[in-house]
Design a protein around this ligand. Structure first.
Ligand SMILES: N[C@@H](CCC(=O)N[C@@H](CS)C(=O)NCC(=O)O)C(=O)O
Length: 217
């Protein structure tokens, strides 16, 4: 059955791979499933056809036969459940990989998204400059803890899993801020993720669409 995902017609990141279709592309590449992409404009994502797939008018979505999913956590969980390569065979190790997926999305990503909001949505507010260090420190708190847990290991819990795929994807969003470079073990962890051939293919596919997007910045 053909898999179709949605992505921005032009990602505002200019091809850095930070839009969340990249993590879904990466998961599909890891498990060797071909997919098609339907590009959605900023206007079309809020029109009824897309809202039927994604009630919040966001990307990415995932369609496979009569199944339609939204939320990258649910999409990558589904991919990992149905194909070998992203969840370990051992039941407890699999449960821990799922725990890391949730940790990435529920504990690490929120302060990182707050930085994006502070910069781009609130950057012109009179209090923005004062708030920024607080937002950055909340991210640092999480990175200190994550770095301590990772230690010198390559991946968070044994072999690479969907938990790492999600965590690396979330941490990548920090790259433009320079914060990741304050944590050499995490920077190396992200670099290991980016060096995986499946990530490289996913990145190249989104780059082919987004490179040179004039909105980049
Ligand atoms: N929690 C959702 C977030 C989806 C999301 O925020 N997507 C962004 C692109 S990376 C989007 O569509 N932004 C457009 C907007 O906010 O209008 C997920 O993980 O799928």
């Amino acid at each position: 059955m053909t898999i179709v995902i949605t992505a921005f017609e032009l990602s505002p990141d200019g091809g850095m791979g930070l839009a969340r279709d990249t993590r879904v592309r990466w998961a599909l590449e890891e498990v060797g499933r071909p997919y098609e992409v339907r590009l959605v404009s900023l206007q079309a994502k809020n029109e009824p056809a897309h809202l039927r797939l994604h009630p919040f008018g966001l990307i990415p979505t995932y369609e496979e036969g009569d199944l339609a999913l939204f939320e990258t956590g649910a999409i990558i969980f589904h991919i990992a459940e149905h194909h070998a390569g992203l969840f370990p065979d051992d039941a407890n190790a699999r449960a821990r990989a799922i725990t890391w997926m949730f940790a990435a999305l529920n504990t690490v990503e929120p302060p990182i998204l707050d930085l994006v909001t502070a910069r781009f949505a609130e950057g012109d507010k009179p209090w923005a400059e004062e708030r920024l260090p607080l937002v950055k420190d909340r991210i640092r708190d999480r990175l200190v803890q994550l770095s301590a847990r990772l230690g010198d290991a390559d991946w968070l819990d044994g072999a690479f899993s969907a938990g790492d795929l999600m965590m690396v994807s979330v941490l990548l969003r920090l790259r433009p801020s320079g914060l990741l470079d304050e944590f050499p073990k995490l920077a190396a962890y992200v670099a290991r993720g980016e060096a995986r051939p499946a990530y490289e293919r996913a990145f190249a596919a989104q780059w082919a669409i987004n490179a040179g997007n004039p909105q980049a910045g």
